[in-house]
Design a binder for this molecule. Structure first.
Ligand code: FAD
Ligand code: NAP
Length: 280
């Protein structure tokens, strides 16, 4: 298993030397594919590339797999109450089902455990350089790519390796966007982005305005309604909200379609759902 201390040292047998366009030394990794990120997308990319005979070097800036679901890392956007919104059969990899004993919409800690077991089951960790951040990807001669890495946090030297292809699986929930509103600087209360929300205790006894009605905004508004002394929820447009269950069944699109029978079952539930949807 690779660790943060052996990052950036690919298998020497598959490596030869080259130079970047500005003369920096480059390890030429031949036909190896570089995967950036070991979340859900990166893990399944490693597995499938390996199954099709490719060599793979995956770089992961954190010290474990799971990406957004790895609540052990400070950057993880999940909060204590996060559960899957997409149902178990709709979310799991078809060749690695989640346990039957798990709920229809598992807790985030179960998701992390699922991705860890997926990595172990398909022996993916030996292809991952943990604690290693990709800081540059540049085109190189012959339609190839120079990938520059360094230890997460900026310690140690930069290393550049040349790959036949790069698969970017770095996720899209890592950079908080805090809108600027006119007059905001006059507000004397606390302003928090959802990325730093972890636990409803943070809201206890406060007067809370939740801005935004994506899944995060809705979850936090529900918890604020229970914990805060007063809660307002602001959205700039209308949304459709669908329950996770309709008449005791997972909502349509949340069940694995089992051929024609699945499609018929979906249609049977879809009709009453139209009536059950609540526009707020
Ligand atoms: C609170 C929350 C709940 C969600 N619920 C659901 C749900 O119910 N169902 C669903 O399908 N989706 C859900 N999602 C969407 C979520 O994005 C996906 O489930 C999944 O995590 C996406 O996986 P990914 O591998 O594409 O990205 P990520 O999980 O974000 O993984 C990206 C990985 O790339 C690494 N990385 C990033 N930049 C670099 C770099 N420069 N160098 C090296 N490594 C890097 C990161 O450390 C991370 O490990 C939810 C998201 C959030 C935030
Ligand atoms: N499994 C779960 O339970 C769960 C929980 C949380 C998040 N998630 C997932 O995580 C991802 C991110 O979800 P998210 O809710 O954090 O983000 P999001 O879906 O992008 O929602 C952002 C919300 O903020 C609003 N907004 C953005 N800029 C604004 C501005 N300047 N002024 C006012 N409102 C503004 C948006 O309005 P507009 O819609 O008008 O742009 C939207 O309501 C999604 O994939 C989501 O499904 C899942």
């Amino acid at each position: 298993m690779s660790t943060s201390t052996d990052h950036g040292r690919p298998d020497p047998e598959a490596t030869s030397s080259a130079a970047s366009r500005d003369g920096r030394p480059v390890s030429d990794r031949g036909d190896t594919v570089c995967v950036i990120g070991a979340g859900a997308s990166g893990l399944t990319a490693i597995k499938n590339l390996r199954e099709h005979g490719f060599g793979v070097d995956c770089y992961e800036r954190e010290t474990g797999v799971g990406g957004a679901w790895n609540w052990r890392h400070d950057r993880s956007p999940v909060y204590a109450s996060t559960h899957l919104l997409s149902s178990k059969p709709f979310t799991q990899f078809p060749d690695f089902p989640m346990p039957d004993s798990w709920p229809d919409y598992p807790h985030h800690s179960q998701l992390l455990s699922y991705f860890e077991r997926y990595a172990d089951h398909f022996d993916l960790r030996s292809h991952i350089w943990f604690g290693t951040e990709v800081i540059r990807v540049e085109p190189a001669e012959g339609d190839r790519w120079d990938v520059t890495t360094r230890s997460t946090g900026g310690y140690g030297p930069e290393r550049t390796s040349r790959y036949a292809a790069v698969l970017i699986a770095n996720g899209h929930n890592w950079s908080p966007k805090l809108p600027r509103y006119e007059g905001l600087e006059q507000f004397r209360g606390e302003i928090m982005h959802a990325s730093s929300y972890k636990d409803p205790a943070q809201l206890r006894g406060k007067r809370v305005l939740v801005v935004g009605a994506g899944n995060t905004g809705c979850d936090i508004a529900v918890e604020a309604a229970q914990q805060a002394s007063r809660c307002w929820h602001s959205s700039r447009r209308g949304y459709w909200y669908a329950p996770k269950y309709v008449f005791g069944r997972r909502r349509p699109g949340q069940r694995r379609a089992a051929g024609a029978a699945g499609a018929v079952a979906d249609a049977a539930v879809a009709l009453p759902l139209d009536a059950a949807v609540d526009r707020r």
